[in-house]
Design a binder for this molecule. Structure first.
Ligand code: SF4
Length: 550
């Protein structure tokens, strides 16, 4: 064998690196770091974790420097969000070191909490990437806790330092839902605000107020709670029912609704609506990770519809239901019992049905909770889009069983928002190196050739090349503006009134200047201004009809 050059070599098998644990007794001096969402979501999550007794802090929104650090310390050939998020953690830790903490103190007193998955896209590599970059940047041993998006937290890893109980999950879900809806409401109001900067000022005040309410929240016992307490059923089931029927979160939301409602708006401004879709992180972040695209669009005169995280949660539940429906209880290569074992077959069918029913109940409950927040905040934010409809629309172009990233959602949302006349243009933010987004980009060619009126623009977010991306967006936005103007012109013509007539009526009816005033949407009409003039004209005409002649 030696002569043949095939002498056995000592094989060094891979071993999972030794992990420092995060235990309960470390909680009082260990800060939990997290990030990856918008500052609104993060502020509410922080308040929730603080209420539960954790020290915590969101890491700042990733910027270009974070991206460079991700490239420097991580593997080559990753997708764009990996560079940004991994580099961002390294940048934050370097900042702590610069402020005077030693590396050992940083490692001992901080943990990073993030979502993970087994793939099939590069998301499955995030954990390894974090560890590699931390090691390369001198923070070897820094703890990264993973929340598996499809399997709950790896408790062995967390060692109960982070207690994943019902209170924790409900708190995080509430924070995410509220963050989603407030975020959307602010994007709805800002383009029409009469006093520049007022929406952002009110938003900041409201977020501070809400975070304070969450930190100090003491669940108010409802009649149901008292009854359950009397019957001894006030454990986890009682806590869950409290979530469904109590108004702990709803009350502060109503205060916020009134604060927002006091911002005067001018809905006669013609703005093209731009629906944002794309990869989860690229469409959520509000910074260099997507070329600060939302700010840019608003500056250029657009109105943005952001994507809620709630859609993603519903998508994950939906995909599991789909999987159970497909497998029919035969997981992992199991064999269907023979025909005459009716009992075994019935048992498998029953177990599958049970699992599906549980998930369908979860879908319904999640939707209900989300829409409760929408209603409490004035009812102007969009409801969650039905996943079954998205699947029906997207599947002919992108197989809905193809998992990874946003799967068929990118294609489906494009068709949904255009077909329902909810947007003038769809801007799809696709990270450089993103596998699922690249696939769906191919499918979108078929979509745009079938739906000729669509203005659809995919933009690759690469961390560099802002000018190029902004200029492409400007061109597509120009088309969307023309579409919005044309629509407004024909709406105004339909009313038979002038814009000055409409404006004069609005001046006399201040409720029409309130952001929470519900302007009905006409089926084929997209823009806010067009729908507004049609509605005001209808009001004017019906008032004229009901006026008693002198
Ligand atoms: S969806 Fe795309 S960008 Fe996001 S983790 Fe997967 S490969 Fe990366």
């Amino acid at each position: 064998m030696t002569q043949a050059g095939i002498a056995p070599k000592q094989v060094q098998h891979f071993q999972r690196p030794f992990e420092n644990t995060f235990t309960k007794n470390q909680r009082e001096y260990t800060k939990v770091l997290f990030g990856g969402l918008t500052w609104k979501h993060e502020k509410l999550i922080q308040a929730t974790l603080e209420r539960l007794g954790y020290l915590c802090e969101p890491v700042p929104t990733p910027d270009k420097r974070a991206f460079q650090l991700g490239k420097e310390y991580g593997n080559n050939g990753q997708c764009n969000p990996t560079y940004f998020t991994v580099g961002n953690l390294v940048q934050y830790l370097q900042g702590l070191e610069a402020s005077g903490l030693s590396k050992q103190e940083i490692i001992d007193k901080h943990v990073f909490f993030t979502a993970g998955a087994c793939g099939p896209c590069r998301f499955g590599m995030y954990e390894a990437e974090y560890r590699l970059a931390l090691r390369n940047s001198g923070f070897d041993g820094f703890r990264v806790l993973l929340f598996q998006q499809s399997g709950g937290l790896n408790q062995a890893e967390a060692e109960a330092g982070l207690e994943m109980n019902l209170e924790f999950f409900l708190g995080i879900l509430n924070a995410m839902n509220i963050g989603d809806v407030i975020n959307e409401v602010a994007y709805q109001i800002r383009p029409f605000e009469v006093n520049p900067g007022e929406t952002d000022r009110v938003l900041t005040e409201c977020m501070d107020y809400l975070a304070q309410c969450i930190r100090e929240m003491k669940p108010e016992p409802t009649k149901l709670d008292k009854f359950l307490h009397g019957t001894g059923l006030d454990g986890e089931a009682g806590r869950f029912l409290h979530q469904l029927f109590a108004e702990d979160y709803v009350k502060p939301l109503r205060v916020i609704r009134d604060r927002f409602n006091a911002i005067p708006v001018d809905r006669t401004r013609v703005k093209p609506i731009v629906k944002i879709t794309g990869e989860f992180w690229a469409q959520t972040t509000e910074g260099d990770g997507n070329f600060n695209m939302f700010k840019f669009l608003e500056k250029e005169g657009g109105q943005v519809i952001v994507e809620p995280i709630g859609t993603w949660i519903m998508y994950m539940i939906h995909q599991v239901i789909q999987k159970y429906n497909d497998e029919k209880g035969l997981e992992d290569g199991a064999v269907l019992p023979s025909m005459w074992r009716v009992d075994k077959r019935a048992k498998i069918a029953f177990e599958t049905k049970k699992k599906i029913l549980k998930l369908k109940a979860a879908e319904k409950i999640f939707k209900r909770e989300y829409h409760r927040v929408v209603e409490a905040l004035g009812g102007t934010a969009h409801h969650l889009v039905d996943q079954y409809e998205l699947q029906r629309l997207g599947h002919p172009y992108y197989n809905s069983r193809a998992a990874g990233g946003e799967g068929h959602l990118e294609v489906a949302k494009n068709i949904y928002y255009c077909n329902k006349s909810l947007t003038h243009m769809v801007l799809c933010l696709k990270p450089f190196g993103c596998m699922p987004s690249t696939q769906s980009d191919g499918a979108q060619s078929a979509v745009v050739s079938h739906f000729k009126d669509m203005i659809y623009l995919p933009i690759e977010t690469s961390g560099e090349g802002d000018v190029n991306a902004h200029s492409r967006v400007q061109m597509a936005l120009g088309e969307a503006k023309a579409k919005a103007k044309l629509e407004f012109k024909s709406a105004l013509e339909e009313t038979g009134m002038s814009l000055d007539d409409i404006k004069a009526y609005v001046e006399l009816h201040p409720e029409l200047k309130q952001p929470m005033y519900n302007v009905p949407k006409r089926e084929e009409v997209v823009g806010v201004a067009a729908n507004f003039v049609l509605h005001v004209a209808e009001r004017m005409k019906s008032e004229a009809r009901t006026q008693v002649p002198a």
